[in-house]
Ligand binder design. Structure first.
Ligand SMILES: CC(C)(COP(=O)(O)OP(=O)(O)OC[C@H]1O[C@@H](n2cnc3c(N)ncnc32)[C@H](O)[C@@H]1OP(=O)(O)O)[C@@H](O)C(=O)NCCC(=O)NCCS
Length: 464
């Protein structure tokens, strides 16, 4: 069951957040203490919902839904964010502009941070600046990798796709899984979430360290990696380890990108995969490794790599002094070859993606970006492509999604190796997946097991 989306609900949740928020501002509670405080009420709420409304019908399932990749079927519980087809994502009821306004920036920065977003997703509450800084310190203290994981990553050929390497590194972290060893020891169900939480914190903390090591091994093999700096936030350390620590604009962009991309409700392939695998009580490391491999498909996370490849090839064809007509011709050439236009369309959204809008607003606020032909080409493609896609007449959503915009800024700032882009998406999406893994254990959600049909059985059912 997925909670129904309505403006009324969004507003009322929003109001709850701001009232909780004023109460919370004076709090010095840690993230774990804050979650601990909320767990009993959430458990009770779910128990009551099941007891009182367990038989309420949420929607119907058509043959087309079943053939069409379960698109639109309301069938999952996912509390941290809900996606409205028209207005886009809300994190516990908060829209992107609201979250940008409410969540504290890193010291010296303006953009929301991964820590602030993680706190919001896990608790539904807005943390204070002190709480996010405390969380940054905690993550920095957990960031170091076991020696054998470093050796494993260093042993991989630099021709192996960065996403394959990332999944391997993350899966190997399960060697030290608190959840797995507690489960083997024998623990009560009510304790599951606290061990899942420990693993999720380690996952979120170590993921950028693995990702930076992969980047340096493949693209700058002779340079050493900076040590974790405990005064920096998660993204500050990541950018530093990538070798771009001198560029504050780049760091700010990645803070925004990673916060924005953290969660997109439950049904998208990576989030759903991590949740499905987690529902078997596999530990959070292998659950998220599975999610990462789901992200590595070109219709999902790999699209940001494909967008850049496509836009670079468009730029080389149309040159720096392109016109809208040049873009239009290139779009038609892509479609006429039977290819999809990467960065456009969406399984749920039916409007321009507000994450795309937020990234474009970041570009507009930075003169250096506005002078970049690649950034300009991406912005102008977004003006031309919707009409072309409408005329083409296939996609249900002719507007840009977040991936249309995410890569051009990385490219401008010198991170030009676009095969690496999905890795950054993977760091971001861990925040939402980890949130669900903690809450699924806290709420005692069962193993997932939808019913499938054969074609013959469906045909028989339909005819009867
Ligand atoms: C995101 C995506 C996978 C959603 O798929 P979906 O829910 O099946 O999309 P739709 O229902 O609109 O698809 C209907 C048709 O339009 C086509 N279509 C969808 N997006 C298209 C695009 N960007 N360019 C060209 N054709 C597209 C589909 O391939 C499908 O064609 P078919 O009937 O011949 O199979 C799809 O829009 C896509 O491939 N986009 C490009 C890749 C991308 O940007 N992915 C990142 C998503 S965040």
């Amino acid at each position: 069951m997925m909670f129904g989306r309505s403006r009324f609900l969004a507003k009322s949740v929003s109001r709850n957040i701001s009232s909780v928020n004023t109460r919370r501002l004076a709090s010095t509670k840690s993230l774990k203490e804050t979650i601990q405080e909320i767990v009993p009420a959430k458990q009770e709420q779910l128990k009551k919902l099941k007891a009182e409304h367990g038989q309420t019908v949420v929607g119907q399932v058509t043959v087309e839904n079943i053939i069409g990749g379960m698109r639109g079927i309301k069938a999952m519980l996912w509390d941290s964010s809900v996606l409205d087809p028209m207005e886009g994502i809300r994190f516990h009821g908060m829209s992107i502009p609201e979250a940008q306004k409410a969540l504290p920036p890193a010291p010296g920065g303006k953009e929301m941070t991964a820590e602030g977003m993680f706190w919001l997703l896990l608790t539904g509450q807005v943390p204070t600046a002190e709480q996010t800084q405390q969380l940054s310190l905690e993550l920095a203290e957990r960031a170091e990798l076991p020696k054998f994981v470093e050796e494993l990553i260093d042993s991989l050929p630099n021709t192996l796709h960065p996403m394959t390497q990332l999944g391997m590194g993350v899966a190997a972290l399960n060697h030290d899984s608190a959840f797995q060893s507690a489960y083997e020891r024998g623990i009560k169900k009510t304790e599951y979430w606290t061990y899942a939480y420990e693993d999720c914190m380690n996952l979120v903390a170590k993921l950028p360290t693995i990702a930076a090591r992969i980047y340096r091994n493949i693209y700058q093999p002779k340079k050493s990696i900076a040590a974790i700096d405990k005064s920096k936030d998660l993204v500050g350390n990541y950018v530093n380890q990538l070798g771009f620590g001198h560029n504050e604009n780049f760091t700010e962009y990645l803070r925004l990108y990673i916060a924005l991309h953290a969660d997109h409700e439950g049904g998208n392939a990576s989030a759903h995969t991590a949740h499905l695998v987690g529902s078997t009580l596999a530990d959070p490391f292998i659950s998220y490794a599975a999610g990462l491999y789901s992200l590595a498909g070109p219709l999902h996370g790999l699209a940001n790599q494909e967008v850049l490849r496509w836009q670079i090839s468009m730029l080389s064809e149309v040159g720096n002094n392109f016109s809208k007509d040049d873009i239009k011709k290139y779009l038609w050439a892509t479609l006429n070859k039977g290819q999809v236009v990467p960065g456009y369309g969406h399984g749920v959204l039916r409007n321009p993606d507000p994450r795309f809008v937020a990234l474009q607003a970041f570009c507009k606020g930075h003169e250096d970006l506005m002078a970049s032909p690649m950034v300009k080409l991406v912005a102008e493609t977004a003006e031309v492509a919707p009409d072309v896609l409408k005329e083409h007449g296939k996609t249900k959503n002719p507007f840009p999604n977040v991936d249309a915009a995410s890569g051009c800024v990385l490219y401008h700032y010198g991170l030009t190796q676009f095969k690496y882009y999905t890795v950054i998406f993977g760091i971001s999406r861990a925040l939402g997946a980890a949130t669900q893994l903690v809450w699924a254990r806290a709420l005692g959600l069962p193993i997932e097991r939808p019913k499938s049909f054969s074609i013959d059985a469906l045909e028989k059912l339909a005819k009867n």
